[in-house]
Unconditional design. Structure first.
Length: 274
């Protein structure tokens, strides 16, 4: 724990985990969970161009992914968004792979973005992750009620005077920034788990939006740190280990829900028999 690269991961990692969990609550409730997968592929494409051009990957990734997120979320209905996700996901991954092959082939830098590299963060990477995470979390909590209204029922939110388009754009920016900085930790292949698993676990045991949000955020921090410690102790891939811890939490919550439902059914039968 005394090594600088471990300290950087322990500082920036939990912040990313919280932002990803908060984002996951919004995306799951609005049935746009897979947007993270599509945007991670767009980010990979941007990183490919940045590496080929010799510029900072995040400097190109963040604005590119923000534009892609806005285009996806501006769809008139869920089917439009799903079609856009498929389009961006497949197209961006293909273009990114082609650019790398044409430029100088796959290298370690790209491997880091594909599967995560939380132990190779530079000081600038760590600072960017911390600043972006704090700003995203603060904005989310300030706009919590309106984001909830738009995600839960956009038509109702519009009817009570909320500018749904504005908050969809805010969600798009929040999504883009979280995916880009989360990809540095988890990689293209695993970053969606960081946003989806905490919320999917939370909805198994929580009954309202607020407790779901709190449970997802807290459990995300605990799972991330646990996975990091296990990875260091067992010398396993950090990103994959963290995802397995998240998945274990989801399985446990699912079992608890089944047990809870079973107890409820027994009580109902006893009540009816009396």
């Amino acid at each position: 724990m005394s090594y600088p690269f471990v300290q950087k991961a322990l500082i920036a990692g939990p912040l990313i985990a919280v932002c990803s969990a908060l984002l996951g609550v919004s995306l799951v409730t609005s049935r746009r969970t897979m947007i993270g997968d599509g945007l991670s592929h767009v980010s990979f494409c941007a990183v490919s161009f940045a590496l080929a051009a010799g510029i900072a990957p995040m400097a190109l990734s963040i604005p590119t992914v923000i534009i892609a997120a806005v285009l996806i979320l501006r769809g008139k209905d869920r089917s439009d968004s799903e079609a856009s996700i498929a389009l961006f996901s497949g197209g961006a991954l293909a273009v990114g792979t082609f650019v790398l092959s044409a430029a100088k082939g796959m290298n370690m830098d790209v491997s880091d973005y594909m599967f995560g590299s939380m132990f190779t963060l530079t000081n600038s990477d760590t600072l960017i992750c911390i600043i972006c995470s704090i700003l995203a979390a603060v904005c989310y909590f300030i706009l919590y009620r309106r984001i909830f209204a738009v995600n839960f029922d956009e038509a109702f939110a519009s009817s009570i005077g909320i500018n749904t388009g504005k908050y969809n754009y805010i969600t798009a920016v929040f999504t883009a920034v979280t995916i880009v900085i989360g990809m540095k930790f988890m990689g293209v292949m695993l970053v969606t788990a960081l946003t989806a698993f905490p919320t999917l676990a939370a909805v198994q045991v929580c009954k309202c939006y607020r407790t779901t949000t709190v449970f997802a955020a807290v459990s995300s921090i605990i799972c991330f740190i646990t996975g990091l410690i296990i990875s260091l102790s067992a010398s396993t891939p950090a990103g994959a280990t963290v995802v397995l811890v998240y998945f274990s939490l989801l399985i446990i919550c699912r079992i608890l829900k089944r047990v809870q439902n079973g107890i409820y059914q027994i009580k109902v039968k006893q009540y009816k028999s009396n």
